[in-house]
Design a binder for this molecule. Structure first.
Ligand code: COA
Length: 320
């Protein structure tokens, strides 16, 4: 069997923090953030949690797919920001949406999480182990950020996205995944000693740290390469792809990838300006928006690519 995405859903917290709001408590400004990153605003939890957002996105995806929660046999949540360590977020979501027949686990591959989970679902479906999967990317990054570090906190936001994947006898899919632990120090988070935006930070040294330029260079070099690798597997040329759905980390990274592939930016939908980088939630949120807007249509060839901490990166190509 090959998995086909048959429903999408997403959720973003109601509270919005725009670049002007940030400039009230850190030394930054709207122009700098827009020019260097493309981000204009981000959604930040206020009452919501990773679980509540995941549940909302999941219910919306199930409704969109016309699938009953009881028919889900595999439920994966990708997150670096679970409410608690145990039980895993996927089991909490299972309980709340009553997906009683699902095997549930979390997957942490940082911003590549959703892409890795999607490839994992496909691998399971190729062995006929599961038939109907729910994959959710859900993140409350605002709880991991040092809100005094202007080089990092301006980039990220909270949110959740979900897809329902159904196994079909025929279909088109190829996937590639990579990791390089040796370079892991470029983006780290040792613990979370801040419980939310605006709260007192207890141990700043252990919060999210990033060598922005190292991550930038890594992404612009490796994402075009992995896309070419997966296209070669599928015997396709970059111009044969209808849309490239990339992890939304930085507009300049996406532009750099498009340039290296010699593909027009029109084929790279973006919503980073509205959400910032929502880590593993960014791809499913973007898929949901593109589906709702009618951008994605049956039969189109889609490339999905993720990259992030680990370091980790990967791509897949499939029919919508
Ligand atoms: N507002 C204003 N000035 C800022 C700033 C901010 N928010 N953050 C940094 N600066 C300053 C720096 O202090 C530096 O000043 P200096 O020249 O006086 O020393 C200057 O701007 C340039 O900083 P630099 O870090 O070189 O900027 P950059 O062009 O590399 O942009 C990032 C920084 C973080 C936006 C960029 O490196 C990036 O996006 N990297 C990828 C990060 C990413 O995507 N991570 C997630 C991957 S999943």
């Amino acid at each position: 069997m090959i998995g086909k995405i048959c429903g999408t859903g997403s959720y973003a917290p109601k509270k919005i923090l725009d670049n002007h709001d940030l400039s009230k408590f850190i030394d930054t400004n709207d122009q700098w953030i827009r020019e260097r990153t493309g981000v204009a605003r981000r959604h930040i939890i206020e009452g919501e949690t990773t679980v509540t957002m995941a549940v909302e996105a999941a219910n919306r995806a199930l409704k969109d797919a016309g699938v009953n929660a009881k028919d889900i046999d595999l439920l994966i949540v990708t997150t670096v920001s679970s409410n608690v360590i145990l039980p895993c977020t996927a089991c909490e979501v299972q309980k709340q949406i009553k997906a009683d027949n699902a095997t549930c686990f979390d997957l942490n591959a940082a911003c590549t999480g959703f892409l890795f989970a999607y490839n994992t679902v496909q691998a399971y479906m190729q062995t006929n182990m599961y038939k109907t999967a729910l994959v959710i990317g859900a993140e409350t990054l605002s709880e991991l950020l040092d809100w005094t570090d202007r080089g990092t906190c301006i980039l990220f936001g909270d949110g959740a996205g979900a897809v329902v994947v159904k196994g079909e006898e025929e279909g088109f899919y190829y996937g590639i995944t990579h990791s390089q632990g040796e370079k892991g120090q470029a983006l780290t988070c040792e613990s979370r000693h801040q419980k939310g935006f605006g709260k007192t930070i207890l141990e700043r040294d252990t919060m999210m740290k990033m060598d922005g330029q190292a991550v930038f260079t890594f992404a612009v070099r490796n994402v075009p390469k992995v896309i070419k690798e997966v296209l070669d597997k599928g015997n396709l040329h970059p111009e044969e792809i209808d849309y490239y759905i990339l992890h939304q980390a930085n507009q300049r990274i996406v532009e750099g990838v498009a340039k290296r592939l010699h593909i027009d930016m029109e084929k790279f939908p973006m919503n980073l300006q509205e959400y910032g980088n929502t880590s593993s939630a960014s791809i499913p949120i973007l898929l949901d928006e593109c589906k709702k807007k009618g951008v994605l249509r049956e039969g189109q060839k889609i490339v999905m690519a993720g990259f992030g901490a680990g370091l980790s990166w990967g791509a897949s190509v499939f029919d919508w």
